[in-house]
Design a binder for this molecule. Sequence first.
Ligand code: FES
Ligand SMILES: [Fe+2]
Length: 427
Amino acid sequence: MPTSKSNGQSRSSVNAATWHSRYPELGTAPVPIEPYISPEFFELERERVFRRAWLCIGREDRIPKPGDFVVKDLAIGKTSILVVRGHDSRLRAFHNSCSHRSNKVQWESRGCASTFTCPFHGWCYGPDGKLIAIPDEKNFFNLDKEQLGLTPIALDTWQGFVFINLNPEQCLREYLGEWADEIEAYPFADNGATCYEYSTEVRCNWKLIRDAFKEAYHVAFLHRRSARDTYTGRKNPFSHALYFKLFALHQRWSLPANPDYQPSPLEAVVYRYASFVLKSDFGHEPPAGVNPTNSPDWVLDTNTIFPNFTIGMLDSGYFTHNFWPIALDRTLWEMRTYLPRPRNAAERFSQEHARVTFRDVMMEDGSTMENTQSVVASGAKSHFNFQDEEILLRHDNKVLAEYIGPTKQGGKVRRKNGANHVRSRAA
Ligand code: FES
Ligand SMILES: [Fe+2]
């Protein structure tokens, strides 16, 4: 049985529901669907959350050399962001918007460049954002080139993750707070030498994707083909978590594998080296920063950083999700899996197996989202009914509402049809 650490946040994976009793301020009532379908709420999310919170855009080792850059089109911020490493090796972020007539200065999504020349009329900027050259400059009127560089955006890093903020109110480390204290010893750099990326646009509200990775209640059902037996079993039929911990904005939870699972001969070989699905069996202690309950059955810790970033931490690597709202019912879902650099063919083969099996599990997760979106705005249901193991969803909705703060309607989102809770299709 897992043992409790000093914070007292662990429990047996088979006990009766108790997580909500540890966080009574959350209540247990059904949770309104309205924030998932309201255009007004979506605009509040844009202005008061995504234009104000620290947002992770990836790892800095994607752009290791001077001149390396990535462009992140941020629909929810109504902007495009150019992140570039300067000749001084410092990372900087700018609005990707030219000082002449505001075209995008860089059209490629990533690359390496010593200067950035706007394709429209050729204004040229350095990687430090300074305006270097203006074609036909003499024909302009009293330009002050010093004042016409790219517009900077706040950027900071934590453990190699790059965060940007359009309107920072506090520094990144303060924003991450106590949550970061608990996991920053994890070897993100060593375990992340190899990165595989997937992205897709999903026709649903961003919170429906976010919610899919905050509980394991669905594992026995949605993942019955791919992962049911590895996570659920006689001891833990509904994949109860080992541990949930709620912070002011962020969250952490921990999941066991099924200790009775019998791997196939192939799995038995590959899981000696890498796995994103099964309990590790690598003959060494898990890395620092994981398995807060010291459970012998531990397989996965998931950390969610408000508002839209998730890090899943395992023994043999980690994965991240970013959920980028495009519109009320459109979201860009980016997933990256990170693995250590393989030392031999066996590790390389095992990592490939881990990558592909994990991708298949993610595709099962993705299968629910547009289905839900297609009926969630019907008005048939006004509330979600969360169980104890869905405490992170309840916490997330509370945190989001509090971060948005009071509205002109006294904290409630105005409805076009004036209906209370139920939104009609016509609205
Ligand atoms: S808009 Fe960039 S040079 Fe004209
Ligand atoms: Fe899942």
